[in-house]
Structures are given as structure tokens and as C-alpha cells.
Design a protein around this ligand. Structure first.
Ligand code: MRU
Length: 366
């Protein structure tokens, strides 16, 4: 048996048992490079906030809670890199860094949420603390966001696992596991907890074109956890739902509007439509930090459009699929209207319609 232990990742016999996707070590931010999995498992280090912003844009790190934690640590790096000699000057530098980090990807609200949470600490204490103390407090705030993410995921997973029956086949979209968070996961976290409880589960993993987060990352994670799965191309989900071969649909979200409309990885809308048409429950699993009560409905959520090359660059039998002259669109997220969502699983419990009323209660604790 081979033990390979570092502060953040524990591997036994080639299987990862415990892992942190985003972590602080040796005064640097370290992150698992998600562009090269499952072929290679590598951890990359970051020393400045601008390279963290680039890593978020290029999807070295991806998944709403993971990019939030990465950006929070990016703020800590900006604090340590700043030459400011007063706390007010430091705050100016942190504000500039926050703009760069927030601009990296537009759809996941967790990014701005995490950056603002860290910034708020610096703003609140700027008149009371010396710059070096403030730098340390910014790092502690980032570390708290990362640690709480793991706890929150585990709480959500307990609530979500109550919805899963022994023998269920679950269709899962994108990657929502440890890799999309700091550890454990949102929708995949529910699957992990239900599996740990001894429920026999089979996962149909949407491959999730064009970046293939399902086929590459979710499949890799399920291998690590020993959970049975099969990869399906995204357009097969309707077949499994219509033929009664799937009992649940689970996905995460990058932003949930106040009325329960859910922005998530492109293809979620079509999956939820097919689930609804066949009476199969579809749940979105999200920390409350993903719920944006400031937006009345999903039409107001900014939707990222990425480089068309991510669509065009795919190969078939070793050859590029599309003609060299071809053009493409690469919309990264879609919005699933609330009427197609059975429930939204959060760390405070499962929220059911009417979402306008119940989400507010869940988020604000009313
Ligand atoms: O483009 P990505 O890979 O960052 O998209 C991620 C997703 O759509 C996830 O489903 C979402 O972030 C929620 S999972 C924690």
C-alpha cells in the first residue's frame, strides 16, 4: 500500500481519499490543475493575484465554490504583494485586485461573493489595524471561506442524501464534486454521502460538451470513490429519462436568482426539460452563497461566452472534426426556469416552491 501524504491530499494505492482542490501552503496558493485531469494529477502554485485571475479564466480551477475560494486566496496574495505602508493604501491595492479577480468569469456569483467577503474584513478594520495585521486577517478570511465550504458541502450532502433511494440511477451534469469546490462537492457530494450510507447508486455522467467536465472530471472522481457510473453523451439523457431508466437528475448551479431560476453549465436546461416531461425529479444542489437575491429572475444573470475554439477544437479519430473555416458559438451556461426545478438543496435544508418566498427565508433565516 502506498501512502502519499501532504497537508491537503491523501492517496492510498493510487486512489485519492482526501483532497483539497484549492489550498494555502508555504505562503502560496496551490490548486489542482483541472485542465489536464484525468491524464495527469498536478498541483500548481500561484504567487500573485493576476495569475490567479488568469487561472480562473483558463479553468485551471473551475466550479463556482472553487473559484470563489481561489479568488479569496488571490486577495491574500495581493495583500502580501502590496508595498503599502498604511492600511488605507493597502485597502486601495486590495480593491484594485478585487476588480481583476471578479472580472475573470461573470456567471458564478460565488466569485464576487468571496472577494467581497474578504474585502469587507479589510474595509471594516482599516482604521484599527496595522497593514501587516490586515494582511494576516485577509488571509484568515480566505482560509475561513475555504474551510467553511467543506463543512457546508457536507451539510448539504446530508439533506440531499435523504432524497436518494437505494437502487437509484442518477443523471449528473458537469462536475460538481471536490474539484468544483474546496472538497466534497455539491450535487456529487450528495451522491458521495448517499453511497457512504450504503445506498446502491448508479450514476449516468453527462460528458458535458464542450469542456467535458463530466467525462474527464466527474468520471475521475467517481473512480476515486468507487461509485459505479457510466459516461453518456449529453444527448442520451432524454433516452434514459423517457425509458424510465433514471430516477433522479442532480446538478449544481453557478447562480440562482431570487425566483429559483438556476444558471448552470450549458445543457442543464435541456436535461431539466426532459426530466420534467417524464416526471423525474430534478434537484439543484447549492450553498446559499450561490443564491443571488439581488436578481429577481434568471434573465438578469450574466452568461459567459467563451472562445469558440473550445467547441471547434474537438478531434474525432485523431482529426479535427470541424472544417478549418467553421465558426462556432460557445455559450458556457444556460438558465433553467424554476418551474422545471423540483427542489434546491442547500446547507439549511431543501427548498421547494414557491421559491420566491422560500429561498429568501432560507438565505436570510427569516
Ligand atoms: O465552467 P465550469 O466548469 O466552471 O462550470 C461549473 C458548473 O457549471 C458547475 O455545475 C457549478 O459550478 C456548480 S458545482 C459546484
Amino acid at each position: 500500500m502506498i501512502w502519499d501524504f501532504c497537508k491537503t491530499n491523501l492517496t492510498i494505492a493510487g486512489k485519492i481519499l482526501f483532497m483539497r482542490t484549492v489550498f494555502w501552503e508555504d505562503n502560496q496558493l496551490k490548486m489542482i490543475d483541472q485542465r489536464i485531469l484525468p491524464g495527469r494529477f498536478e498541483v500548481v502554485s500561484f504567487q500573485d493575484h493576476a495569475s490567479v485571475a488568469r487561472a480562473i479564466k483558463d479553468m485551471v480551477v473551475r466550479g463556482a465554490p472553487a473559484i470563489g475560494a481561489a479568488a479569496a486566496f488571490g486577495m491574500a496574495l495581493a495583500g502580501y504583494a502590496s508595498a503599502a505602508t498604511s492600511s488605507r493604501e493597502l485597502l486601495d491595492d486590495l480593491q484594485a485586485a478585487s476588480d481583476t479577480l471578479k472580472a475573470a468569469r461573470p456567471t458564478a456569483v460565488n466569485l464576487a461573493w468571496a472577494v467581497d467577503k474578504v474585502l469587507w474584513v479589510a474595509e471594516k478594520l482599516k482604521d484599527e489595524r496595522k497593514p501587516d495585521e490586515l494582511r494576516r486577517l485577509v488571509l484568515s478570511a480566505a482560509q475561513r471561506i475555504a474551510d467553511e465550504d467543506v463543512e457546508i458541502n457536507k451539510r448539504m450532502a446530508e439533506y440531499g442524501a435523504l432524497l436518494i433511494n437505494d437502487g437509484d440511477t442518477i443523471i449528473h451534469h458537469c462536475n460538481t464534486g471536490a474539484l468544483a469546490t474546496v472538497d466534497w462537492g455539491t450535487a456529487l457530494g450528495v451522491i458521495r454521502t448517499a453511497h457512504q450510507q450504503g445506498k446502491r447508486i448508479h450514476v449516468l455522467v453527462d460528458e458535458t460538451r464542450p469542456r467535458l467536465q463530466g467525462a474527464r472530471l466527474t468520471a475521475w472522481e467517481l473512480e476515486q470513490y468507487g461509485i459505479p457510473y457510466e459516461i453518456i453523451s449529453d444527448n442520451m439523457a432524454g433516452y434514459f429519462l423517457r425509458s424510465g431508466k433514471a430516477q433522479k437528475v442532480l446538478f449544481g448551479a453557478d447562480r440562482v436568482a431570487a425566483n429559483g431560476d438556476v444558471a448552470n453549465k450549458i445543457g442543464t436546461y435541456m436535461l431539466a426539460l426532459a426530466a420534467h416531461d417524464n416526471g423525474v425529479p430534478a434537484y439543484s444542489v447549492v450553498p446559499t452563497s450561490t443564491i443571488d437575491l439581488s436578481l429577481a429572475h434568471g434573465g438578469l444573470i450574466p452568461i459567459e461566452e467563451r472562445d469558440p475554439e473550445e467547441v471547434l477544437g474537438i478531434q474525432f479519430q485523431g482529426e479535427r472534426v470541424a472544417p478549418v473555416e467553421a465558426e462556432a458559438r460557445n455559450i458556457a451556461f444556460d438558465v433553467t426556469p424554476n418551474r422545471l426545478i423540483t427542489g434546491i438543496v442547500t446547507e439549511n435544508g431543501v427548498v421547494y416552491p414557491p421559491f420566491e418566498v422560500n429561498l429568501k427565508k432560507t438565505v436570510l433565516g427569516e
